[in-house]
Design a protein around this ligand. Sequence first.
Ligand code: B12
Length: 216
Amino acid sequence: MGDSTAFTHSAATLRAALDTALAAHDKAAAVRVALEAIDGGPLTIPALYGILGSLLADIGARWQTGEVCVWEEHLASATIRTIVEALFPRVSALSAARGRERGTVLMTCPPHEAHDLGLRMLSDRLELAGWRVCFLGADTPTAEIVSAAIALEADTVVLSVSTHFHRVAFHSLLAQLRGALPGVRILVGGTAVPRGAHGIPEADLFDSAGLLGPGE
Ligand code: B12
């Protein structure tokens, strides 16, 4: 009980400190408090990513109501990206110590999809859970996804879609990838892909595919 109270308190404190730093457009402070929480506190990297994800969702909601300008949302997401990239040496060391026996995952966004920050955080979580991760990022041409999956010998391709209008084109992309990559598991997720919706089979979604176990 004592431990979980301490953890809750430190997560809440960190979220408040990050909120304050982002509202003040203070990138250095935001990066510092996040790294201190990982290096000095009980917070895990996946737990920190949960906090960063909820901050991004809040910023998006405030952007929609006009409370936050577009440039402020860009500044906040650029700051959060710096935090994530600054953690990579820690992710890499932890994953090397644990081993990467679960297989190779290619992580990418389909053509025209710019939202890759959530996928970037998910990449680290998969790496920490024992996957070899190859992250291509945003807006990747279909032929390049296929070439990369073959060259890197991926067992699984994880695609992230946040924007609804990309979801429509996405169905033909899925068919192309399935045709070009027989035997490779293609998983689809992100905020524009509700579970089991729009003809994307539930089994292709993440939880049921077992890429991560409980608590990972
Ligand atoms: C940051 C941001 C941006 C940044 C993206 C930076 C980057 N490189 O990622 C920038 C500024 C580039 C941007 C641009 C745009 N954006 Co924007 N953006 C956001 C914002 C605020 C946060 C997104 C985010 O990072 N969330 C946090 C991460 C952690 O969550 P996540 O992406 O969902 O990922 C998690 C899970 O979904 C899951 N996951 C992700 N992928 C996968 C894959 C699999 C297989 C599985 C299992 C799980 C999984 O794991 C992740 C970690 O937990 C959202 C607001 C919101 N509510 O999401 C809007 C939002 C996504 N954007 C939106 C829009 C409209 C746009 C623009 C069209 C704006 C414009 N007019 O130009 C452009 C689109 C450009 C394009 N071509 O795609 C809309 C999308 C609406 C819709 N659904 O169609 C949103 C929802 C804002 C809103 N409320 O309207 N955006």
